[in-house]
Design a protein around this ligand. Structure first.
Ligand SMILES: Cc1cc2nc3c(=O)[nH]c(=O)nc-3n(C[C@H](O)[C@H](O)[C@H](O)COP(=O)(O)O)c2cc1C
Length: 203
């Protein structure tokens, strides 16, 4: 029987892993991870999460190249030097192509409630985004259960349409994040956490 201390320690030992062995991850393991991700809580139990699993190198390359164009446009607008832009683009391409599995997490609003007023419509959207994020965390913890590492990448938010076009996704699948998953080649130290006294108020 696993003790609660062991379980807490397990949850606390998840790390963002950014470098992976080239070894593939079995489809059954990916299915297990995604099944666990779908046990996340969601507003009205509408489960607005959608997943695109990319393991094919040619698809990863296509995606990396398409996203790089958006990235280059944004960094050019930011006024970065061509060398800096190239190095950031190369790094992002490498991130996608070197991960054995890239999982795109999307938000689908089509089954969420509709409201005539902006305030409630916005609250409903926030609920859906929060639900999708809960599935994202559950996905990372499930990967940790499997002895895999993973990292959350937020940059799909900056290239939503490009990703939809490249992967031929329905317009209702709004890219939110990408998770890179594989067997870790690094064991990073835990990043510092704010002390509880700074972030909690007991009343
Ligand atoms: C919403 C969100 C977006 C993130 N985006 C990125 C990202 O684009 N690139 C990256 O390397 N890490 C990203 N991370 C990972 C964080 O940097 C990481 O979780 C944080 O530094 C704490 O480290 P830990 O996960 O090892 O505890 C993101 C995490 C979250 C929750």
């Amino acid at each position: 029987m696993t003790s609660t201390t062991d379980l807490h320690n397990f949850l606390r030992t998840r790390r963002s892993i950014r470098r992976f062995k080239p070894d593939p991850v079995a489809d059954s393991v990916i299915q297990n991870i995604l099944t666990t991700a779908t046990f996340a809580p969601s507003a009205h139990n509408r489960q607005p999460w959608r997943f695109v699993v990319v393991t094919d190198l040619s698809v990863k390359e296509k995606l990396a190249n398409a996203m790089a164009q958006d990235f280059e446009r944004d960094l050019t607008r930011d006024g970065l030097s061509p060398e800096k832009i190239q190095s950031q683009i190369n790094r992002s391409k490498e991130r996608i192509t070197s991960a054995p599995v890239a999982i795109l997490l999307c938000l689908d609003m089509s089954e969420m409630d509709s409201y005539p007023d902006e305030k409630r419509a916005q609250a409903e959207r926030t609920m859906a985004v929060q639900s999708v994020a809960a599935a994202g965390l559950q996905l990372l913890l499930a990967a940790h259960v499997e002895g895999l590492g993973g990292v959350w990448a937020c940059w799909p938010l900056f290239a939503q349409e490009t990703i939809q076009k490249t992967l031929n996704l329905s317009k209702s699948w709004e890219p939110q994040a990408m998770f890179f998953i594989g067997f870790p080649v690094e064991t990073p130290e835990a990043r510092e956490r704010k002390p509880l006294k700074d972030i909690i108020i007991f009343k």
